[in-house]
Design a protein around this ligand. Structure first.
Ligand code: FDA
Length: 391
């Protein structure tokens, strides 16, 4: 069988690229070492796939070149994907911050992509052992069933997160083989871990979630913060993890709508006999209020016995709690990979390697990483689609 395009990786970006190219009449084969396609689509969004976001904007992507994502995101936008979902009559709903989720199951998004690829007569080879890429247009890839040659190759093997789902560095090795750069990579959208006293403190509060603002340097996110037995998680923490680097503090505001110190001082006059933790529990979940008073060394003291200075310190702990993360939970739980194939080497319009016509890199394999909330799938759809239009 003669193919025009070989796509490696039957995930979000690979399937979109396959549908986009196949429907242009290109003869496409998709190779994936997994037994099933789209494993990450299936588990995404807690099984409901947060497939895009109404507020997609290039500024919400991290990359060594902050302009790189613009072109693809414009050519195939969130509205294009929403229209496709509409065409398949997949029911969806909007959650906070423009996030769109399926009402029923992520499987509907995967089936839609497989149908779209089918409409382009795409051949899907699963459980395939895929060797390295050789040649310079045409390109050859060795498989167990023999070599396959095509004028174009689209590498869509994703990043390194969740190794048990079959994540590999294939794209990074392939890029280096062809002299393309790969930026430093690290787990992102990942819970932060702590040690010593911070861990002891956080662990006791496992299960508590609050609406907070988490900041690192000049970047802040306001979303839920979750205490776990390993550290801090929840959307605000996952978001900041993409910006945090070892040795940096983060600041957590656990009551962003309140000046807690001022409120405590006001309440001291009104309820002098009440314990501070009872008053703080008017502003925070009571277990967290207990923990904060304990940590501030206030114990069970009544408000009247606490100086305004002590109450101000307690308030500052709540509004600007400084912590030094020890690290992240790593690839095992990270949602995405920060960094990847250097965008310097790629055309932002087509995802084609500038020095190697016919060789494309798309999706998470590329140094473009979105915020939490449907941004990463949109990048997979957009980059996959533009590559499929040009390969
Ligand atoms: P993806 O990982 O989807 O696909 C890569 C494919 O390549 C896989 O099928 C893999 O088997 C194959 N492959 C890898 N190495 C290979 C090799 N050597 N040979 C052959 N095949 C190989 N994003 C979002 O926007 N909304 C969400 O709700 C979520 N939720 C979410 C939950 C969890 C738990 C995770 C881990 C991630 C998310 N994400 C997300 C992120 C999102 O899943 C991710 O950004 C996209 O799947 C990336 O699409 P790609 O096609 O680039 O890689």
């Amino acid at each position: 069988m003669q193919y025009d395009i070989i796509i490696i990786g039957a995930g979000a970006a690979g399937l979109m690229a396959a549908a986009s190219a196949g429907q242009r009449g290109r003869k496409v084969v998709v190779l994936d070492h997994g037994e099933k396609p789209g494993a990450k689509i299936l588990i995404s969004g807690g099984g409901r796939c947060n497939f895009t976001n109404r507020n997609i904007a290039p500024e919400r992507y991290l990359s060594a070149n902050p302009h790189f994502a613009k072109s693809a995101l414009k050519r195939y936008s969130q509205n294009d994907f929403i229209a496709l979902v509409g065409k398949y009559r997949i029911a969806y709903h909007e959650r906070d911050l423009g996030q769109l989720f399926c009402d029923q199951s992520s499987a509907l998004i995967l089936n839609m992509l497989l149908d779209e690829a089918g409409a382009g007569s795409v051949e899907l080879r699963l459980g395939a052992k895929v060797g390295g890429i050789t040649g310079s247009g045409p390109y050859t890839i060795n498989t167990e069933d023999g070599p396959i040659t095509a004028g174009s190759v689209i590498v869509a093997t994703g990043g390194l997160s969740i190794p048990k789902l079959g994540a590999t560095s294939y794209a990074h090795f392939a890029a280096r083989d062809y002299g393309l750069g790969v930026t430093a990579i690290r787990p992102a959208l990942v819970p932060l871990t702590f040690t010593d006293a911070d861990l002891d403190f956080v662990r006791v509060l496992t299960g508590i979630a609050v609406d907070g603002v988490v900041s690192c340097g000049k970047t802040s996110f306001r979303e839920a913060v979750l205490f776990t037995h390993r550290g801090l998680s929840g959307p605000a923490i996952l978001q900041i993890s993409s910006y945090w680097r070892e040795g940096q503090d983060i600041t957590v505001n656990l009551a962003p709508d309140l000046d807690v110190a001022a409120k405590l001082i006001e309440r001291k006059d009104q309820r002098p006999k009440a314990e501070a933790k009872t008053i703080l529990a008017e502003m925070l979940p009571s277990r967290l209020a207990d923990g904060m008073c304990e940590r501030a060394g206030i114990g069970k003291k009544p408000m009247a016995e606490l100086s305004n200075k002590a109450l101000t310190q307690l308030g500052q702990m709540v509004n600007a709690w400084k912590l030094l993360p020890a690290g992240t939970e790593g690839w095992r739980t990270a949602e995405v990979t920060l960094g990847g194939v250097d965008t310097e080497a790629l055309s932002s319009k087509t995802m084609e390697a500038k020095a190697h016509p016919g060789l494309f890199f798309v999706g998470e394999a590329v140094d473009v990483t979105g915020w939490l909330g449907g941004y990463n799938f949109q990048w997979a759809w957009s980059s996959g689609w533009v590559a499929g239009q040009h390969a």
